[in-house]
Design a protein. Structure first.
Length: 206
């Protein structure tokens, strides 16, 4: 089997969603990560996912590719790494491999950093478009300025966490967590999300 077939035969969409931090309910549903979903509308089947809200669908590789903004090949490689998959080893043998506890702790920390940084990256990309000046005379919006200053750095951090050698990834995760960068950023993103929801409710009432 090639890498794609090996990954898809070894990892279900549900397993991937749980590994990357999504809480799956008893009906194998989660809040869709691809649109503003307040109630679980994405169904996780064994071989594919489907969102009843936005129509997003695909297999486990599609899910990870879209979640982290990767190509299909990059997503397959990421799944292979995260789940300890050797493309040259049959799935039955792979299932017997258990990661060491410290390795699992690091992977959880790494995924936490990746999720927060991905959310921030998507926000910056949106701000760069929505708050771009319409003419040379316009004052620069703080959100547009932040996007211009931070986009490249956040992309660099995500590249390191996804594709760099283990030693560099460990140092980067340690730096982000010890400095409190990720925790502070996560809290800020939650506050911004609540503000957006509050303004949306006010407009609906008006």
């Amino acid at each position: 089997m090639n890498l794609f077939e090996t990954v898809k035969s070894a990892v279900t969409v549900k397993q991937a969603a749980e590994y990357y931090g999504y809480k799956v309910n008893r009906s194998d549903m989660i809040c869709c990560p691809f649109h503003d979903d307040r109630h679980p509308s994405m169904k996780l089947n064994k071989d594919y996912f489907y969102c009843f809200g936005c129509g997003a669908t695909g297999d486990v590789i599609d899910f990870v590719a879209r979640l982290f903004g990767l190509s299909s090949y990059e997503a397959a490689k990421k799944l292979a790494y995260d789940f300890g998959i050797d493309p040259d080893t049959p799935p039955v043998a792979m299932a017997l491999k258990k990661p060491y506890p410290l390795a699992r702790v690091f992977r959880n920390d790494e995924m936490y950093c990746q999720r927060v940084l991905c959310d921030y990256l998507h926000l910056l990309e949106r701000w760069k478009i929505e708050y771009a000046p319409q003419s040379p005379e316009d004052n620069l919006d703080d959100r547009f300025v932040e996007a211009g200053q931070m986009l490249e750095y956040v992309e660099y951090l995500l590249d390191v966490l996804m594709f760099a050698e283990l030693e560099q990834r460990v140092k980067t995760v340690d730096m982000l967590l010890k400095a409190g960068t990720i925790a502070e950023l996560e809290q800020r993103l939650k506050r911004l999300e609540k503000e957006v929801q509050h303004h949306g409710e006010e407009r609906a009432i008006a």
